[in-house]
Design a protein around this ligand. Structure first.
Ligand code: GLY
Length: 323
């Protein structure tokens, strides 16, 4: 089996000043994960490595660079899933660690549970020897600025949804764009698939809000029989349609990754006015990056070719040897 890695950097609205950095970051993450796969490493190790790279990169809404909640704090969600066994591990509303995806893997491998939250997750992190980091080190000037901007009356997209105001899809596209998430899917040379996703959640979310990311079938799904998916977008909408499991269901029914991704994203848009994006790989190594948002930085590596894009319909290819 030719190994494949696909990563995304969130379906959010990316300003021109961050465009280059967010495109470069997904390429670096994909290439780092591909090196693992090339050396015979597992899909699980590859998706974890890709997500760690993006959690450590302040360009993205995950780890360092996470958006702030209504109180100006960082609360992060993450999940990892192994398509060989359907084992998964997740953390929600976790604070004060650099890499929630690593803690998710520890939940999967060292506990009998699928998800640990808030203080329980922190206690587990401490027991596992995961270093604590200062919350301020996870914030950036950009995340602080966006938090302040969204305190202004009428500018917080969460309020529009919370109080049931009727808003247009273009409003949602613009405002939900101020979110983002990172994710990776892979298939290794043994034919095992895996998925991993990590996020700071939604800008100015309520304290304690848990989104789609740590929920199996919503924030990730992986099953060797069919493939793996990782999403980005409005978490509440993703949860309503269990987006990743829906995509896998469509693939079970015989759809290609592209058709399955488009069908599920269109359903989320029309049924619950949810905008987002997904990366998908199937058990044959066919892959796709699709989104209903305006933009989504993504990158994929297969057969020593790096593919990447940002705007809809855009795809560039470079040989890995030229990078
Ligand atoms: N999809 C990320 C979130 O809404 O939390």
């Amino acid at each position: 089996m030719l190994p494949v890695i696909v990563v995304h950097g969130g379906a959010g609205l990316v300003g021109a000043e961050r465009l280059e950095g967010s495109c470069r970051g997904v390429q670096e993450a994909a290439l780092a994960a591909y090196r693992i796969l090339q050396q015979g490493g597992s899909a699980l190790d590859a998706v974890e490595e890709a997500v760690v790279k993006m959690e450590d990169n302040p360009m993205y809404n995950a780890g360092c660079g996470s958006v702030l909640n209504e109180l100006g704090e960082v609360e992060m969600d993450a999940i990892i899933m192994d398509g060989k066994t359907l084992a998964s591990g997740a953390v929600s509303a976790v604070r004060g660690i650099a890499n929630p995806i690593k803690l998710s893997r520890l939940v999967m491998e060292k506990t009998q549970h699928l998800c640990l939250t808030a203080e329980g997750a922190s206690r587990f992190a401490k027991a596992m020897g995961v270093p604590e980091v200062e919350e301020e080190s996870l914030k950036t000037d950009y995340s602080r600025k966006r938090w302040v901007e969204n305190l202004a009356p009428g500018s917080n997209p969460v309020e529009s949804q919370m109080y049931g105001k009727s808003v247009s899809v273009s409003f949602l596209n613009q405002n939900r764009g101020k979110m983002g998430t990172v994710g990776a899917v892979a298939i290794d040379s043994q034919g095992n698939v895996a998925s991993a996703t990590s996020t700071g959640g939604m800008l100015n979310k309520m304290a304690g809000r848990v989104g789609d990311t740590p929920c199996v079938g919503c924030g990730a799904y992986a099953d060797n029989l069919f493939g793996a998916a990782s999403p980005t977008g409005h978490g509440e909408a993703i949860m309503k349609v269990t987006l990743c499991r829906l995509i896998l269901f469509h693939m079970e029914q015989g759809m290609s990754p592209e058709k399955a991704a488009d069908t599920a994203l269109e359903y989320m848009k029309t049924r619950v006015q949810g905008i987002g994006g997904v990366i998908v790989v199937n058990s044959s190594g066919d892959w796709v990056a699709r989104f209903t948002s305006e933009k989504m930085p993504w990158a994929a590596v297969k057969n020593d070719q790096l593919h990447y894009g940002f705007y809809k319909g855009e795809s560039f290819t470079l040989p890995v040897s030229s990078i």
